[in-house]
Design a protein around this ligand. Structure first.
Ligand SMILES: [Zn+2]
Length: 136
């Protein structure tokens, strides 16, 4: 997945950082894509329904976990900032939790602890660890 893919598929969301030339998406494999699409689509739908602006700042993997940062703005007074933020935070939390049991490379269910791949910690299943040549 690339930043361009993100912008193309997530039309309900804003990518301010991307337009500024800053890479938004920093994940090695494609294993989390399905989870990401599901939750980004939901975030886009919430943004439309709540009539708010959700700017995706960064989506990355850190220490084998998903990190998704966004900024909320343009919240109508009838909605309430806290209600909108709670709804979006819940989606981010669920996406992070789902990725915590999904191999970052192949998308298989994976309950192993994050492991080192070429010196970096990733959420990786045993099969991918062997394929990547990082098994110890
Ligand atoms: Zn895998």
């Amino acid at each position: 997945m690339t930043d361009a893919d993100l912008v193309e598929k997530c039309k309900g969301l804003d990518f301010v950082a991307w337009r500024g030339g800053v890479p938004v998406f920093e994940i090695q494999g494609d294993g989390w894509n399905e989870v990401l699409w599901k939750y980004l689509e939901l975030m886009g739908r919430y943004a439309s329904e709540l009539e708010v602006v959700v700017s995706i700042q960064q989506i990355k993997e850190k220490f084998g976990g998903l990190r998704l940062y966004y900024e909320l703005s343009g919240v109508p007074s009838t909605t309430g900032f806290q209600i909108a933020q709670d709804a979006l935070d819940m989606l981010v939390l669920r996406a992070e939790r789902e990725c915590s049991t999904t191999c970052e490379y192949c998308g298989a269910r994976c309950f192993d602890n994050p492991a080192s791949v070429k010196g970096w910690v990733h959420k990786v299943c045993k099969a991918c660890l062997v394929t990547l040549g990082a098994a110890s």
